[in-house]
Design a protein around this ligand. Structure first.
Ligand code: CA2
Length: 146
């Protein structure tokens, strides 16, 4: 029987604050709520998920490398504000040879100008934005079917 696919779900800065502030932008789910939904969906799809959050750019770079070393089938990445600033994450996504699906709870294109550019989008397999926590579940469905 083939091993169940492993999907990394990486979350960037301030996403640990979800559900506590700005519910009109990010919804009322906490990151733990989202993790539970992703784990439930992974079980239904027969996939394994490794879900992490960090406020530190280097941790996210290290975890992208780790995803490759662990043979992950895909990475779901919400890089938070690093999306709009990080050449290091751009380079890591490009380097690892593992498909990365970019997810954002909000739609950055509909927000401030400084959120309009993503350093991830051009090296990602695809992006899902503006659909709230559902975006993570849709990304997981896509990751398993890639
Ligand atoms: O919409 C998204 O998922 C974002 O990645 C969220 C980032 C933002 O910088 C990106 O432009 C879009 C911010 C996450 C911060 O989340 C908070 C949650 C509650 C209270 C304060 C911040």
């Amino acid at each position: 029987m083939p091993a169940s696919p492993l999907i990394y779900v990486l979350n960037g800065p301030n996403l640990n604050l979800l559900g506590m502030r700005e519910p009109e932008i990010y919804g009322t789910d906490t990151l733990d709520d989202i993790a539970t939904r992703v784990e439930d969906r992974a079980r239904a799809l027969g996939a394994r998920v490794e879900i992490r959050q960090s406020n530190h750019e280097g941790h996210l770079v290290d975890w992208l490398h780790e995803a490759r070393l662990q043979g992950a089938k895909a990475v779901i990445l919400n890089a938070g504000a690093f999306t709009h600033t990080s050449v290091a994450l751009h380079d890591a996504v490009k380097a690892i040879g593992v498909p990365v699906i970019e997810v954002h709870l909000s739609n950055p294109q509909a927000r401030e100008e400084f959120r309009h550019h993503s350093f991830i989008a051009s090296v990602a397999k695809g992006s899902i934005t503006g659909l709230g926590a559902l975006g993570y579940e849709l990304a997981l469905d896509a990751a398993v079917r890639l």
